[in-house]
Ligand binder design. Structure first.
Ligand SMILES: [Zn+2]
Ligand SMILES: [Zn+2]
Length: 59
């Protein structure tokens, strides 16, 4: 998780319906469920593994 993430402002969560807005933040949105931000990989170990595979293929 990045403290200076421009998407979630460092909280690591975004609005499920608006993935480019921080969840619950005063400048963000909380109209739907919370979803992990792109910078929040703690809940998505499978995704990071896929990215590694994609990078290996592209090289
Ligand atoms: Zn983020
Ligand atoms: Zn929303």
């Amino acid at each position: 998780m990045k403290d200076n993430c421009p998407t979630c402002f460092g909280i690591g969560w975004v609005c499920e319906r608006h993935p480019n807005r921080p969840y619950g933040h005063e400048a963000g949105c909380a109209c739907g469920y919370a979803a992990p931000c792109e910078c929040n990989d703690s809940n998505r170990p499978d995704t990071s593994r896929v990215i590694i595979i994609v990078e290996a293929v592209l090289r």
